[in-house]
Ligand binder design. Sequence first.
Ligand code: GLU
Length: 420
Amino acid sequence: MAKEYNPYKEVVEIIEEAAKKMSFSKKDYEVVKYPERELKVSIPVEMDDGSIQVFEGYRVQHSSSRGPCKGGIRYHQDVDMDEVKALAVWMSFKSALVNIPYGGGKGAVKVNSKKLSKNELKNLTRRYTAMILPLIGPERDIPAPDVGTDAEIMGWIMDTYSMFKGYTVSGVVTGKPIEIGGSLGRREATGRGVMFMTREILHRLGMPVIGTTVAIQGMGKVGGTAARLLYREGCKIIAVSDVSGALFCESGLDINEITEYISNNEQKTLAEYEARGVSHISNTELLTCRVDVLIPAALENQITSEIAADVKAKIIVEGANGPTTSNADKILLKNEKTIVPDILANAGGVVVSYFEWVQNIQSLTWDEDEVNRTLEKIMIRAFNEVWDCCEKSSTNMRTGAYMVALERIVNAKKLRGVFP
Ligand code: GLU
């Protein structure tokens, strides 16, 4: 990662800016700048060849003022404590912004999971779960999938926790396989939310959905779903990418064909995809191509100050957490770009995680239509609240989103008071 970049420092800066705009005193929000708890663990795993490897793991609880901590678990070779802390803060603000009764947390293991066998991955997950066990639970801290983790891994977490308890606790984790308490619609929820937010911002700016050109960085759970749903809504997706590279087609890519291509080849990438009019471009070319909407849906620190001035999209919808650095943000705002910030744009995942948890606790199931309809209602409500706040305070959508969320977090803290 570039040296200039510390996501935790950057998110604290945004909190300060929102607090200043709201005329909060330091006393009101000082505590919001610090995570409540940080746990670092060493995870020994017996590898298939008989050797022992020790992996570093983390779980950070940023805030439990509005409810249990909530947030995913990331498996990635580059994670560190500052990144996990920033991700935990983002979760608190995301939950507050969409007004679901959660605080924020995040976990991670420093590992390239693609290099592990299934057995090693399972053992790593079970041991990590055992080591963060004192922190998690359906009423204290509820993990979920994130970059590098999926439903199967969530199932192992649920089982491990349940084995320690001696009975099945499905509400300890969300994003599980449907058969063991997962919710319909959870897998697509983040991407679906990105689609709703793209649609809303286009409406607000008086632009049509049909024919709008879109570039999407990332064809995974978030970007892939957003691509499919926006394509179905009539957008022209002219560029997409994954870890292997990026594709470009001026007249629009066939997203259904590309999706099928990715799932059917051994590497599960678009590296060797070929079609008429489609060229292979670089990641930077994707981020700076001439489109109406750019959706970074991969990792943090993608739109940096080096490329921000070259971004041609009028609208940026942040499917990933923290894809834009604060220096890049300033450049984009100066160039009059509209940014739908991550804590709003990608909140669909945690919203449906909340539905999953509610279903688990009540031992009932919702049909997919109900999940999607309620998700849409919550996302649009949050969008409108941010929009109104921006108009009232003459500010951009990122600051507006933080203002709406910070007010809720600060109020909860005030009402509860400082213990003892
Ligand atoms: N990892 C997702 C996020 O960053 C989902 C978190 C959750 O569902 O708890 O929002």
